[in-house]
Ligand binder design. Structure first.
Ligand SMILES: Cc1cc2nc3c(=O)[nH]c(=O)nc-3n(C[C@H](O)[C@H](O)[C@H](O)COP(=O)(O)O)c2cc1C
Length: 163
């Protein structure tokens, strides 16, 4: 097990590609969050995000990061809000003593609401005992589409804080 992990949720692959690029860059383990419940369609998923629902992830991603000193968390923005599965992960996470980086992925090139969503995650991370070392907002693709790896790689090269 590596000392670093990139924990992510992705429905259409853009966040997965971004997480993979980051994992390669910092030599981290890749941990994909999967919702325990059946997956919902666009409208229900958006509604659950807007109503700040938590969807607990499958398995034991918490155990997988126990020994890590650095954790990167990434998830798509849904309905202008944080992702319910990432919320479910953070609700039970113990991040005491861990350095945490956060990133969002969304369709909007203007990255509307990313500041709010990253602030929301930052608060959850601090509540869980972690220290936020860096945040980054990425543009992915429109719902149902997957962003181009080269474009994500180029954007991520601008994330100065990530080490
Ligand atoms: C239910 C749902 C709601 C979404 N809401 C937003 C939104 O409010 N703002 C935005 O910019 N993109 C929104 N998107 C687009 C996704 O954030 C975008 O497609 C992202 O690249 C998906 O990442 P993924 O491929 O890792 O799942 C939404 C997508 C879904 C499925």
């Amino acid at each position: 097990m590596k000392d670093k992990a990139v924990v992510f949720f992705s429905r259409n692959g853009s966040t997965r590609i971004a997480a993979g690029i980051i994992a390669e860059k910092i030599d981290a383990e890749l941990i994909q969050l999967k919702a325990r419940k059946a997956r919902h369609g666009f409208v229900v998923s958006g509604f659950r995000a807007v109503t700040k629902k938590h969807l607990p992830p499958e398995g034991d991603p918490w155990g997988q990061i126990q020994e890590c000193s650095t954790v990167v968390l990434g998830a798509p923005i849904w309905g202008g809000n944080a992702n319910p599965v990432m919320n479910g992960f953070l609700a039970r996470a113990d991040l005491t003593g861990k350095k945490v980086y956060l990133f969002t992925v969304q369709a909007d090139p203007e990255k509307a609401k990313s500041d709010e969503v990253l602030a929301h995650y930052s608060q959850r991370v601090e509540d869980a005992g972690g220290t936020v070392a860096g945040i980054f907002a990425l543009t992915g693709a429109s719902p149902g589409k997957t962003a181009d790896e080269g474009v994500l790689r180029e954007a991520l090269a601008g994330w100065e804080q990530l080490k």
